[in-house]
Design a protein around this ligand. Structure first.
Ligand SMILES: C[S@@+](CC[C@H](N)C(=O)[O-])C[C@H]1O[C@@H](n2cnc3c(N)ncnc32)[C@H](O)[C@@H]1O
Length: 280
């Protein structure tokens, strides 16, 4: 599957202007490069030919990725009947982020989705044993956690989000890594199906409070406490602690986590979140 964004389109159009006949370019959003041939009318990909006007179209979209299908390019986007929201993949110079109703699901200001993921994982490291990743999204936290965990169970509410991940080269091991199990459902409900004390770590990376209030509730935190083993830990992404809303949300989250029984809560401002520990 060839996936392109305006970054590759710009390189391709520049190569056309320079009348080059080949170019080494990424067909998977920057993960690898492939040498392809260019003609005055089109580019010759390993499994398709694409006319230049299609590449000109991609160049006009800063916030979308495109898949090559049947020698045409198609914008990767979806509409969820479940949530009534529009989904898309937004490219960055690194891994893409997912847009839900136009809102990026990873940090992109002064960082990128890959660095954002590493910051979350670093905040809760070391990760061992069984991990619950409450909100799959593009699967970046699940994929990173699976590098050291025994097993990762990840939950996604919306099949349309999973569809976006299927198109994303950076999400591939979400579907290939046998250590990762994907569930489709509401994390608020799904967590109730797990037995007590079965996870060493929980990575909780929900959308903002206004989009997923239940996932910031005392009832949900009590379930997190129940399914964690003794000395288990929870990373909770919250948002910019220096913003007015981030600071307010953090205060409420800390209070509800403590009420739910988390004895120690440590702020992790570099990861825009916190880690809460279950007592031993
Ligand atoms: C911030 S993103 C998660 C990013 C993810 N950790 C990653 O590494 O790509 C939030 C995701 O949670 C999903 N979501 C929203 N409400 C949910 C719920 N109640 N249960 C499970 N997933 C939910 C959204 O569809 C979205 O894909």
């Amino acid at each position: 599957m060839t996936i392109l964004s305006h970054y590759q389109a710009a390189e391709l159009l520049q190569a056309r202007s320079a009348e080059r006949s080949t170019i080494s370019i990424s067909l998977d959003l920057g993960l690898t490069t492939t040498e392809i041939a260019l003609t005055p009318d089109r580019l010759i990909l390993p499994d398709a030919v694409v006319a230049w006007n299609e590449i000109e179209e991609i160049a006009q979209h800063d916030t979308a990725c495109f898949v090559v299908e049947d020698n045409r390019v198609r914008q990767i986007r979806g509409f969820s009947d479940l949530t009534g929201r529009a989904y898309g993949l937004m490219p960055t110079k690194s891994a893409p982020t997912m847009l839900i109703s136009g809102l990026p699901m990873h940090r992109i200001k002064n960082t990128n989705p890959y660095q954002d993921t590493l910051a979350k994982i670093k905040a809760i490291a070391p990760i061992h044993g069984r991990v619950l990743d409450t909100c799959t999204g593009l699967g970046y936290t699940a994929i990173e956690a699976a590098k050291t965990a025994e097993r990762v169970i990840t939950i996604e509410l919306d099949p349309t989000a999973q569809e976006m991940a299927r198109f994303n080269p950076w999400s591939r091991s979400l579907f290939d890594n046998p250590k990762i199990t994907q569930l489709i459902g509401d994390a608020f409900d799904e967590i109730q199906n797990f037995a007590d004390g079965q996870f060493s770590c929980i990575i909780h990376d929900p959308p903002m409070l206004s989009l997923a209030g239940d996932l910031y509730s005392g009832d949900f935190y009590a379930e997190c406490q129940r399914v964690l083993r003794r000395s288990g830990k929870l990373f909770h992404y919250i948002g910019d602690p220096d913003s007015k809303s981030g600071a307010r949300t953090t205060k409420g989250v800390v209070r509800r986590l403590q009420e739910a029984g988390f004895t120690r809560v440590v702020l992790k401002p570099q990861a825009f979140g916190l880690v809460a520990f279950k007592s031993s």
